[in-house]
Structures are given as structure tokens and as C-alpha cells.
Design a protein around this ligand. Structure first.
Ligand code: C2O
Ligand code: CU
Length: 542
């Protein structure tokens, strides 16, 4: 592979949206940030210069980084933050990923403004497993907050209540025609008539899954999360935060302008931003602007059937060039109950439910982020930073989609990791619960992509559900939406030694403790052990 170099300068930059201006953290002054484009197998060095106001880290979402957790990025999990006035060079090692991934800050809520696309092309003479598109466009779905995002989450954690919802969704940084002061800057995708376009869609939204559609145009999904899928044709997609989808669109319609639109899928009683962002597909040529632009039909925000109908159609391509490598039999199973719940208010004046603080948990443990990175503690054998006793099953087996007892409502807190031996064939069953305001949880695992072998509503049944698992062409993801009051089962080989974060990609849930750490131990040979750390890592105490 080739070796490429990028410089990322993190700095505060003024941006104006929705009639007001704010200063926010950006990379190289742009929002979304710069795109990284590579061929499969390349290595990229990204020198991150922090000229901002606080410590930050960057994560390469979906890049497996074999044996190289040092450059994975989550703050205080694999590294301590890059302090203002300092820099750190990430070594991003691409191996088998192909398609679209993305990068984002991984420190509190900084990813709201610090994110961008990663495009991984087939290295010549390899080609796409579909006809070569005429052109490609990146579509980044984002969220815009009028306020400062770091202050929003800090305030919410201080009061124990829900964080403020965003003020707009964005497409390539622009809210679009339906919001105040926005229709002069709506993103236009300018296209030629009669061509195929590859849209690389990234859900960089902080807190909502999204529906996405283009008026009067079919979408043919050909990839997701940096892996190819069997082509499926649809008139809308549902994409969970953290995921990417590669979609072919053919410009074969008769008008000049069509709305592209995205709206949340959020079947929940928790507060959420229920606005709609738009862009415009504009056919090149001598058209006069029509009096009305067709708008795509999008499912209602709580249309769980529409969300599920789309998601369950996705299948791995499973071709000779792009085979599936799913464990047929497993050697390690972890069953994880995923809940939003409550912690007792320390001063009796919190603004969460019942006067408590909102929290979230995996197996009833609400994660506490340590002040020394877990990777450094593990590598150097430091005691007292984390415990290795994350449980393999929830402490209380209950009717997950029914009962809400005090046992399950109040989690314990801790920094607990789960050790997995190198080479194990792993299954993780994520069981959604209806504790708290139940909704889908986009669970994301660093260091791996995994196969979604099954998903369903209600309680996972250990006897009947595995009989229906797809072990032939299960779709490969790095993030999956665990359905509200349902379950999702993933499988993968633990072939990447390292310290790997696993968490809900709804940012408020991650902040509340819906996180844990998987430590895949060293294998039998030098080539199956964690690489030594780079000469310089940001120090853990200032
Ligand atoms: Cu995209 Cu741990 O995150
Ligand atoms: Cu969640």
C-alpha cells in the first residue's frame, strides 16, 4: 500500500447558521472537516495539531487498526487527550476495509463539529463490484446546535436531566430550505442527466437515527460500514449514528430539481429534534427554477416498521472477492442488557425522572471513564484504573421488554472491561430493555467489524432464535441499531489484540455510561500481540 500524510489543525472557527454566529472547534476551518481518501491497504499518518481551547482526540471510525490500538483515539480509553499547543501523529492502518468510513473527535461531545469522511477505493486493478459510477459525492448527515456543544453536555450532566436537543439537522454542513436563514446556502448536488452517481452517506448525527430519501429517485444500496452489500433498491434508507451507506442513484427523471431530505427515526418518549434537513439534487442544464420542488415521502419519525423493513433487507455481498468470514460455532458468548436508567441525585435537586439523574448502562454497570487511559494501564500493568470483571450476563435476568424493577432501574457504576482471548469465536447478544425511555441503541465496537447474524423484537430466545441465524450472508457492520425492546446478535473472530471501546453511538447515552471496554489479549506469536507504543503518546497527567 501507499503511505499518505495529512495535517489536521484543530482550531476555533466562526460559523453562522440559523441566523446566529458561534465559535466552534473545527479541523482546518471546515465543517464537515476534510475528507481522507485512500486505496485499500494504504497507511495514513495524520498529524493532529491542537490549536483549540481544550484537550481532544480523534477516532478513525470503522478502521480496524490491527494490533495498533495506540492510534484508535477514544479519550482515556486508548490515549489521553492531545493538549492545546501540542500535536500527536496517528498511524491509521487500512487493511481490508473498502467503501466509506469516517473520522471524528472522541472527547466528550466534540464530534458534533469535528468529523469528516474516509473514502477507501479498490486498489487498481481491483474495481467496484458494481458498474463504475459516473461520479461520487459524500453526503454527511450532521446536527447543528446554536449553543456550545461542550456546555450542553456539561450542563446536562450537572443537572442530571436530558441535554438540549439540536436546533437543526444538516446535510454537508447546511440545514437546508426548511430552516430560518438557511435557503441561500442549501447544499446542491449538481448532476448530469442519465448518469449513475455513488453517494457515500455518513450518519454523523449526535443523537438520532435518520431516514434519508431523494424525491422520485430510487436508491440502490451497495455498501455499508466499509463493506459491500448485495444491491437492494429502496425509496428510503434508515441509517444509525456511526454507520455509513453507499448508495447508487441514477439521474433519469424529467425535472430540474428534487429535494433530498433526512429526518429522524426516534420512536421514544425522550426529547429529540424532530426537524427535517434538505438538500437539492439539481440536474445540470438550462432549466428555469420550477414553482415547486418535489419532496420525498419519508416515514414518520416513530415508524418502527419502516425502519425495520429497510434494515432487515441488508445482506453481505458474499462474493468470491469479498467473502464472509463469520464464526459458524462460537467459543465465547457475552449477553449484554442495554438500558437507560437512573442514579440517585446526590443533592436531591436533579432534573431527571423522579428527581434523579439520568444514566445508562450495559449489564447494569454505568461506565465511569478513568483519568488514565485503559490501554496504558493494561500495557504497563498499572492497577486501580479498571477492573476486568465486566459480567458475561446481566446481574438480574428479568423480562427485558416488560419488567422495570428497582434492581434494573438503578445501575452500579464502575470502569469494567471484559477480557477475550486472542482467536476466540465471539458472539455478543445485545438485549434492548424498556427500562427508561426505550429506543434503539446504535452499538459500536472499535477494532473490529462484525456480522449481524440475527435481530428481533422482544426477549432473545436462546433456543429458538439461534436456529434462524444467518450464517451465509449476514451484513457486516461496525455499528448496529439494537431495536427498541428487541435484540441484535453479532459474531466476529477476536483476531485483533488490543483495548477496544464498545459503546452506544447516541452521544447522550455514551455520556451517561452506556459503554464498556473489550480487551483482546495477546496471541501466541509476535505477529498476534499489541504493537509497542509509538515513541510519543500524549501524557496522562498534565
Ligand atoms: Cu464513532 Cu467510539 O465511535
Ligand atoms: Cu443508546
Amino acid at each position: 500500500g501507499n503511505v499518505l500524510h495529512y495535517d489536521f489543525v484543530l482550531k476555533e472557527t466562526n460559523f453562522t447558521r440559523l441566523c446566529s454566529t458561534k465559535s466552534m472547534l473545527t479541523v482546518n476551518g471546515s465543517f464537515p472537516g476534510p475528507k481522507i481518501q485512500v486505496y485499500r491497504g494504504d497507511t495514513v499518518y495524520v498529524n493532529v495539531h491542537n490549536q483549540g481551547l481544550y484537550g481532544v482526540t480523534i477516532h478513525w471510525h470503522g478502521v480496524r487498526q490491527p494490533r495498533n490500538p495506540w492510534s484508535d483515539g477514544p479519550e482515556n480509553i486508548t490515549q489521553c487527550p492531545i493538549q492545546p499547543g501540542t500535536n500527536f501523529t496517528y498511524e491509521v492502518i487500512f487493511t481490508t476495509e473498502e467503501g466509506t468510513l469516517w473520522w471524528h473527535a472522541h472527547s466528550d461531545w466534540t464530534r458534533a463539529t469535528v468529523h469528516g469522511a474516509i473514502i477507501i477505493l479498490p486498489p487498481p486493478p481491483a474495481t467496484y463490484p458494481f458498474p463504475k459510477p459516473y461520479a461520487e459525492e459524500t453526503i454527511v448527515l450532521g446536527e447543528w446546535y446554536k449553543g456550545d456543544v461542550m456546555a450542553i453536555i456539561d450542563d446536562a450532566l450537572a443537572t442530571g436531566g436530558d441535554p438540549n436537543v439540536s436546533d437543526a439537522f444538516t446535510i454537508n454542513g447546511q440545514p437546508g430550505d426548511l430552516y430560518n436563514c438557511s435557503n441561500g446556502t442549501t447544499y446542491h448536488l449538481v448532476a448530469e442527466y442519465g448518469k449513475a452517481y455513488l453517494l457515500r452517506i455518513i450518519n454523523a448525527v449526535m443523537n438520532e437515527e435518520q431516514f434519508f430519501a431523494i424525491a422520485q429517485h430510487n436508491l440502490t444500496v451497495v455498501g455499508a460500514d466499509g463493506a459491500y452489500t448485495k444491491p437492494i433498491t429502496t425509496n428510503y434508507i434508515m441509517i444509525t449514528p456511526g454507520q455509513t451507506m453507499d448508495v447508487l442513484v441514477t439521474t433519469n427523471q424529467s425535472r430540474s430539481l428534487y429535494y433530498i431530505a433526512s429526518t429522524p427515526y426516534a420512536d421514544t418518549t425522550a426529547p429529540f429534534d424532530n426537524t427535517t434537513t434538505t438538500a437539492i439534487l439539481q440536474y445540470n442544464g438550462n432549466y428555469t427554477r420550477p414553482s415547486s420542488i418535489p419532496f420525498p415521502p419519508l416515514p414518520a419519525y416513530n415508524d418502527t416498521v419502516a425502519a425495520g423493513n429497510f434494515t432487515t433487507r441488508l445482506r453481505a455481498l458474499a462474493s468470491k472477492e469479498h467473502p464472509v468470514n463469520v464464526p459458524k460455532t462460537i467459543t465465547t458468548r457475552i449477553f449484554i442488557a442495554v438500558s437507560v436508567n437512573q442514579l440517585i441525585c446526590p443533592n436531591a435537586s436533579c432534573s431527571g425522572p423522579d428527581g434523579n439523574r439520568l444514566s445508562a448502562s450495559l449489564n447494569n454497570i454505568s461506565f465511569l471513564t478513568p483519568s488514565i487511559a485503559v490501554l496504558q494501564a493494561y500495557y504497563k500493568g498499572l492497577n486501580g484504573v479498571f477492573g476486568g470483571d465486566f459480567p458475561s450476563v446481566p446481574p438480574y435476568l428479568f423480562n427485558f421488554t416488560g419488567d422495570v424493577g428497582n434492581n434494573t432501574l438503578y445501575p452500579s457504576q464502575g470502569t469494567k472491561a471484559r477480557f477475550i482471548k486472542y482467536g476466540e469465536a465471539v458472539e455478543i447478544v445485545f438485549q434492548g430493555t424498556n427500562v427508561g425511555a426505550a429506543e434503539n441503541h446504535p452499538m459500536h465496537l472499535h477494532g473490529f467489524s462484525f456480522y449481524l447474524v440475527g435481530t428481533g423484537l422482544g426477549n432473545f430466545n436462546n433456543v429458538t432464535d439461534p436456529a434462524n441465524f444467518n450464517l451465509i450472508d449476514p451484513p457486516e457492520f461496525n455499528t448496529i441499531g439494537v431495536p427498541k425492546n428487541g435484540w441484535a446478535t453479532i459474531r466476529f473472530f477476536a483476531d485483533n489484540p488490543g483495548v477496544w471501546y464498545m459503546h452506544c453511538h447516541l452521544e447522550r447515552h455514551a455520556s451517561w455510561g452506556m459503554d464498556t471496554v473489550i480487551i483482546v489479549t495477546n496471541g501466541p506469536t509476535n505477529a498476534t500481540t499489541i504493537r509497542p507504543p509509538p515513541a510519543y503518546m500524549p501524557p496522562c497527567s498534565s
